[in-house]
Design a protein around this ligand. Structure first.
Ligand code: SAH
Length: 381
């Protein structure tokens, strides 16, 4: 089954929603702020568009995409003040799969606009008008007209593949007992994942290559690995490995069917820096300005309290008093629950994520509570 049918983050804004459980993704957005805002101001001060077209690809239903777009807007406005120019209009295109809960993000807009007014000291004439539209569709393909975009941003989204590598499901199950690349997986599993990433990422680049104007910029952040690293290394695969272990425990107690585990593989891949570089250079639409690896730590949560645009009692990012393992488990649940539920059934979710939390507690007692990300800044040639 194609990904768009069963894949979406938990919608709404309740306890298990993505909107309430995207703290780690918000840390990632703040860690890449300088790269994103430098690229946007450089584009503006080279081309001075009257209307700046910005796309957030994989916007989901939480607040992070609006915060990164606001940062871009404010950075460009600040540049305009320095250059003594009137600000451009900003058109923000929020893209995600059609199954995404767009309503929640759209509903937060009035509150977001109000906050924006309160948080800026700039006089009205220094603030550009902001227009927001939704663009439902897969970013592994065309989304927008040719040469219509000036700036593209995507965070925590491109590690999702368009589908589970079909080679894994060809007649027999190749990755028995595991749900992602693991030390126990035959070599063909990692090869199939890499091939799917290569097909998807080059299609992504080709599609954006048509949509972005020459000289336009794109900043992408997603889970990744260091040069030459093994994708089955726990450092990178632990979120899936431990979720698989929780399922295996449940199978040994008869709560989950073993065959169900054999038939499930995560539509996810974290590529290494050179795997990413090779695709960008091979596809040829973009030149690389930045290609870096960085760690996002749960420890960064303390003190990083984003403003409350959803009127929550407690907002993602607060996290006070909750262990890293609990936060991580809730974060992963908000992301994978729809997909897991459609494969394993609704009844086991609470039990699964309870066991997952325990396994994460144990893992974090011996390892750092962090995930590795790649950030790339590209310019359309
Ligand atoms: N950028 C946001 C959300 C990241 S969650 C943040 O930083 O918080 C990842 C999002 O990517 C999900 O909403 C998922 O639906 C979306 N996504 C995954 N594959 C996609 C695809 N092929 N096309 C568009 N969106 C996709």
């Amino acid at each position: 089954m194609g990904l768009p049918n069963v894949f979406c983050m938990n919608g709404g804004s309740d306890e298990f929603s993505y909107a309430q459980n995207s703290t780690l993704q918000s840390i990632i957005v703040s860690q890449t702020r300088a790269i994103r805002e430098d690229a946007a101001t450089e584009f503006y001060s080279t081309f001075f568009p009257e209307s700046m077209m910005i796309a957030e690809l994989g916007c989901s239903s939480g607040p992070n995409s609006l915060f990164s777009a606001l940062g871009i807007k404010e950075a460009v406005e600040h540049k305009c003040i320095q250059l003594r120019r009137s600000p451009p209009e900003f058109h923000l295109l929020l893209n995600d799969l059609p199954s995404n809960d767009f309503n929640t993000i759209f509903r937060s807009l009035p509150c977001f606009n109000k906050q924006q007014m309160l948080s800026t000291e700039k006089p009205v004439k220094c603030r550009g008008e902001l227009f927001v539209s939704g663009v439902p569709g897969s970013f592994y393909g065309r989304l927008l007209p040719s040469r219509s975009l000036h700036f593209v941003h995507s965070s925590s989204s491109l590690h999702w593949l368009s589908q589970v590598p079909p080679e894994l499901l060809d007649g027999q199950y190749l990755n028995k007992g595991k749900i992602y690349i693991s030390k126990m997986s035959p070599a063909i599993v990692a090869e199939a994942y890499l091939m799917q990433f290569q097909r998807d990422f080059s299609l992504f680049l080709k599609s954006r290559g048509k949509e972005i104007v020459t000289g336009g910029h794109m900043v992408l952040t997603f889970m990744g690995r260091s040069r030459g690293s093994d994708p089955s290394s726990l450092e990178y695969s632990y979120p899936w490995e431990l979720l698989g272990d929780a399922l295996t425990q449940m199978a040994s107690e008869g709560i989950v069917e073993e065959g169900k585990i054999d038939g499930f593989n995560a539509p996810y891949f974290s590529p290494s820096v050179e795997e990413v570089k090779q695709e960008i250079e091979g596809e040829g639409s973009f030149s690389i300005r930045t290609l870096d690896l960085f760690e996002a730590h749960w420890d960064e949560v303390r003190g990083s309290k984003p403003c409350n645009i959803y009127d929550y009692k407690s907002m993602a990012g607060d996290g006070a008093g909750i262990s890293h393992a609990k936060q991580m488990a809730k974060g992963v649940r908000a992301v994978v629950e729809t997909m897991m539920r459609s494969h394993f059934g609704e009844g086991i979710m609470d039990e699964l994520f309870l066991r997952y939390t325990e396994l994460l507690e144990d893992y974090y007692s011996r390892n750092k509570a962090q995930v590795t990300n790649i950030v790339i800044a590209l310019t359309k040639i």
